[in-house]
Design a protein around this ligand. Sequence first.
Ligand code: F6P
Length: 373
Amino acid sequence: MAAISDTSGGRNMRIGILTSGGDCAGLNAVIRAVVNRAVRKHGWQVIGINQGTDGLIARPVRAMPLDFDSVPGNIMMMSGTILGTTSRGDPFALADSSGTVTDYSDAIIKGYHELGLEALIGIGGDGSLSILSRLAAKGDWNLVAIPKTIDNDVGLTETAIGFGTAVQVATEALDRLHFTAASHDRVMILEVMGRDAGHIALHAGIAGAADVILIPEIPYTLEAIRTKIRRRAERGKNYNLIIVAESVKTEAGRPVTMEHGDGRRRYGGVGQYLAARIGEMTRAETRVTVLGHVQRGGIPASSDRLLGSAFGVYAVDLIAAKNFGRMIAWQNRQVIDVAIEDAIASYVSVDPDDALVHTARGLGICLGDDADD
Ligand code: F6P
């Protein structure tokens, strides 16, 4: 980084960009759009910060100048992020493997100022945007935020980068499971991500013609699922496709989680729980597919490439207008901006009265709460 001279203002302005939190498809479309707009329209320098805020903790700071050659058209087809990212946790209180907690905020702020940046574009989900917002307040950063998350739970935007691809991947998985389920007369259970929200399961469940969709926002009973399976059998359909969001609890309300190597518990296992219970109750052969991080990778859907491009261009224009503390959002077919704080404060899970919940019920899909669906 030492090779980049310090600059400020006007056409010599220098801005930074980082990706934070879990990766997803469409992040490279944002980076490409930011570089194109910033360089073409304004003649600015763009500095890509590596591994999110971890890159600002490192000494020397981990960052690289981005120009047209860094963002060729073919990065639109690449998932992940060419900058790298971090999801290690809250840098204001980060625990190491021995349990020692350290506040890295001063180091991050110092790293940022060493780069001579006049503004930062931070791409993240609600957790990352909240951290970046706190860093911006403490470190006097000019922050513009872009929402990305396959979970689609960031407030004040109808969609976030990565969601479209995750839904596409989950839909394709149901498509593939359909015929193997039918061939063997099996109950196929697909467990999908989404953290505490059921958006992926609901969208993919409708698009992929699931028979049962289970989401954390709608409590279910195993009896309702059994009735659905029985009624389909009465109509000669001896197979069933069930899609379940990872944060759906046991019937008794216990979260299903797994401890990982880093000692943190993450969602996982509800598919196996359901398979065992449904197998016991119906004697049906059950099989489970856990889709996992496949939903974050692969070839980005066109919707994420478009959203990423639109958000990236808009973010640069917001900086040019010196309009900071804003998050780019998609509402009513328009790209707009909202206060980052307001977006973080309005987490969005599935509304049980949502239009797509009605769609699912209208199609006769069982949502687990009513055997007469
Ligand atoms: O928030 C995105 C997400 O993919 C969730 O859907 C999932 O629960 C979690 O991240 C997985 O996190 P990790 O990448 O740490 O396994």
